[in-house]
Design a protein around this ligand. Structure first.
Ligand SMILES: *Cc1c(COP(=O)(O)O)cnc(C)c1O
Length: 373
């Protein structure tokens, strides 16, 4: 049985009729930028995230960039970033002229820890960006405490953690602000690009909104600051409002799949990413670590099972950032050679999970397909 790495079509088939209706309404109203769907989505997304304000923007990278800009982070400032993340976390920092200071991650969760933050703070540190990577929240209360003591801002990168919780509280509601991506493959995905900034800080939300809409204030003909254009389309907002109703069920399906993997993989020589008891992950990705990862990935490809790498080159070693001044970050560097993301999506079946684990088992036991059959 072939197993795709992800399956967006099954989600969209489930809501095909409602999706059609939204397109009809947007066309009828001709409200393509902004409009009622955007207002409704921003209100509902803020409520879902248990915060006061949400501002729709063009993508997750802009959400980070605009938040940094709105907080006044710029040239001369350092921003602490875990090296095990998608490049956009670090690129957003560099784009505003600040310096990403890369730190290592915990070997079991592969996430940023409070100690990493405390050790990296200097006179120049302006902010830290904890990343809830793979869908598991980091220990936010402890990181916020370190940040408060150091007097630095906390921006959550929640692009992989829509709906995740730490001790019952939503990822995205702990920091000064949190940034989401609605890239189609995320747990809540648009049918194109999209993003949002959420925060309890009303002036900060207003600054992000201004920067994302040509620097406009309440009077649309007065441009208060030099801004740009990074808005969430009305159509995408409508689609996201519709898909938001399914998000909890789809996240639950991902957790069920993760449990099935956990049971079936026990006893095999692959290490699971540790789940902290305080964390309720939404399993954007299901990442394991295995020796001989490249051979294992080839074996899965031969069995027509999609697997991914998140991420094979840590940010501090990426050509865009590498150089003699970068530190050695051994945990992330070692993990990058061992990590493998297995197929994970809400509609994955027991059979698909079993096929994936069977293919891993066959490879690990060094048995050929023929001798098993
Ligand atoms: C996807 C992602 C982003 C960027 O989001 P885009 O919408 O693709 O710009 C940022 N950080 C993390 C951790 C991501 O996974």
């Amino acid at each position: 049985m072939s197993v795709p790495f992800a399956d967006l079509l099954s989600m969209h088939r489930e809501i095909a009729d409602e999706l059609d209706q939204i397109w009809g309404v947007v066309l009828e109203r001709s409200s393509f930028i902004g409009g009622p769907y955007l207002d409704v989505f921003e209100e509902q997304w803020a409520e879902y995230c248990e915060v006061e304000h949400a501002v729709g923007v063009a993508n997750g990278t802009d959400a980070l960039r605009l938040t940094l800009e709105a907080l006044g982070v710029g040239p001369g400032d350092e921003v602490i970033v875990p090296t095990n993340t998608f490049i956009a976390t670090a690129a957003a920092v560099a784009t505003v002229g600040a310096t990403p200071v890369f730190v290592d991650v915990d070997p079991k969760t592969l996430l940023l820890t409070p100690q990493h933050v405390a050790d990296a703070v200097t006179q120049r540190t302006a902010a830290v960006i904890p990343v809830h990577l793979y869908g598991q929240p980091v220990d936010m209360p402890a990181i916020v405490e370190v940040a408060r003591r150091a007097g630095i801002a906390v921006i959550e990168d929640a692009a992989q953690a829509h709906g995740a919780r730490w001790k019952g509280q939503r990822a995205g509601s702990f920091g000064d602000a949190a940034c989401f991506s609605f890239y189609p493959g995320k747990n809540l995905g648009a049918l194109g690009d999209g993003g949002a900034v959420v925060t309890n800080d009303a002036p900060l939300a207003e600054r992000v909104r201004q920067l994302s809409n040509h620097g406009r204030g309440p009077d649309r003909y007065l441009h208060q600051v030099v801004g740009g254009n990074s808005r969430l389309d009305g159509l995408q907002a409508g689609i996201l409002t519709l898909k938001l109703r399914r998000l909890d069920a789809w996240n639950e399906a991902r957790r069920t799949a993760a449990n099935a993997y956990r049971n079936l993989l026990s006893g095999l020589p692959v290490d699971l990413t540790e789940q902290r008891p305080e964390a309720e992950s939404v399993f954007h990705l299901f990442v394991v670590q295995a020796p001989g990862r490249d051979e294992l990935m080839n074996a899965l490809a031969a069995a027509e099972i999609g697997a991914g790498l998140h991420y094979p080159v840590p940010c501090h070693l990426q050509p865009a950032f590498a150089g003699p001044t970068q530190p050695r970050l051994p945990v992330a560097e070692d993990a990058a050679r061992r990590i493998l993301s297995l197929p994970m999506f809400p509609h994955i079946t027991e059979n698909q999970i079993e096929s994936t684990v069977n293919a891993i088992e066959r490879h690990m036991l060094g048995l050929s397909e023929a001798s098993v059959a």
